[in-house]
Design a protein around this ligand. Structure first.
Ligand code: UDP
Ligand code: MG
Length: 323
């Protein structure tokens, strides 16, 4: 029999946090008074998280796990969890206790009130560096401005999804998974529950600057065609500027034949300007072509090394890894 609720927790080197996380998740699951499955998705941890997860699995029938064969990244880990979750309502939450498990009952209450997507929106970011807070603030607003779907600001992956929504997400063939965007894209009745984000319980943030940057570029490229259009605008602008330049040069030639500005400097400025515009445009094109290449290759999103708690074995469901 499938459980009523699934809780998906991506884990990447969170051994220090796991015991406390598990304790709080259990307390919260008991409070739900319905059948719950807790799916730990181990994203190629190297620190003992895997052993701990297997231990929970052995002691607790509610725990299931998926182990990736290497680190595939947070969004892919959540995607794998969604592929395997069996509940009627599916909760996604970070494994570092920045998303308090105690909020789950509030998410569930909204789901029971008829919302298919309930996302947690953060009000405060305690103990995060000023750089992170500011970059996040600017990024979310930029994304809102650029994206063709209305992605709510300051929402993370912490949310509850109805089975219906999860089926749609699972059926989506795209490989570049920016879940917050996809979640907004599907529509349905959505609502927010606000909370103040806790500090990380232990350990360092697993999202390095380069990973965060990649996620930001990914989200914009996946959800907006504005950058592509930008190349056209830049081209038009530089065309206009070169016309102005031509008029100026002509003026100098005729009125001030001895002006130095007509010489090398003018040519160089124009050259560099055009060069920059062209390179930026090619770069933007490249971002989109790269995405097309990724999609066309059609590699599986992740490889599983091990799994437990699901009614099939790794071999019998190898094909589940390919969608
Ligand atoms: N995570 C993951 N794979 C990664 C990076 C992170 O599964 O490659 C998990 C991590 O264990 C945590 C969650 O994603 O449960 C959020 O990561 P983190 O706290 O580093 O992100 P931040 O809160 O800084 O955005
Ligand atoms: Mg975190």
């Amino acid at each position: 029999m499938s459980p009523k609720y699934s809780i998906i927790v991506p884990i990447y080197n969170e051994a220090e946090t796991l015991p406390e996380l598990y304790r709080r998740l259990c307390r919260e699951s008991d409070r739900l008074e319905e059948s719950v499955e807790i799916i730990f998705v181990d994203d190629g941890s190297q620190d003992g998280s895997r052993t701990l997860i297997r231990q929970f699995f052995q002691e607790d029938f509610r725990v299931c796990y998926l182990c990736f064969a290497r680190n595939f990244g947070h969004q892919i880990a959540v995607t794998a969890g969604l592929n395997f979750a069996r509940g009627e309502a599916i909760v996604i939450l970070d494994g570092d206790l920045q998303d308090p498990p105690e909020l789950i009952s509030q998410l569930v209450a909204q789901w029971q009130a008829g919302y298919q997507v309930v996302y947690a929106q953060r009000l405060l970011r305690r103990q995060e560096s000023r750089f992170k807070r500011w970059s996040a603030f600017i990024f979310y607003r930029l994304l809102r401005y650029l994206a063709s779907v209305d992605i709510p600001a300051d929402t993370g992956d912490f949310c509850l999804l109805d089975r219906q929504v999860v089926e749609i997400l699972n059926a989506m063939p795209e490989r570049n998974r920016y879940l917050r965007g996809l979640r907004a894209w599907v529509g349905f009745r959505q609502t927010a529950v606000t909370f103040s984000r806790d500090r990380r319980y232990a350990g360092k943030a697993k999202y390095t600057l380069s990973k965060s940057l990649a996620l930001a570029v990914n989200s914009i490229v996946s959800f907006s065609k504005v950058p592509l259009r930008l190349a056209t605008y830049l081209g038009l602008l530089s065309g206009l500027l070169s016309m102005v330049m031509a008029v100026l040069v002509l003026y100098w030639r005729l009125v001030e034949p001895n002006s130095r500005l007509t010489g090398l400097a003018t040519i160089l400025v124009a050259l560099f300007f055009l060069g920059a515009v062209q390179l930026v445009s090619i770069g933007i094109l490249g971002e989109y072509i790269g995405r097309i290449y990724e999609e066309v290759k059609g590699r599986p999103l992740y490889t599983l090394a091990d799994l437990g708690g699901f009614e099939f074995s790794l071999d019998s469901h190898r094909d589940r890894q390919f969608f």
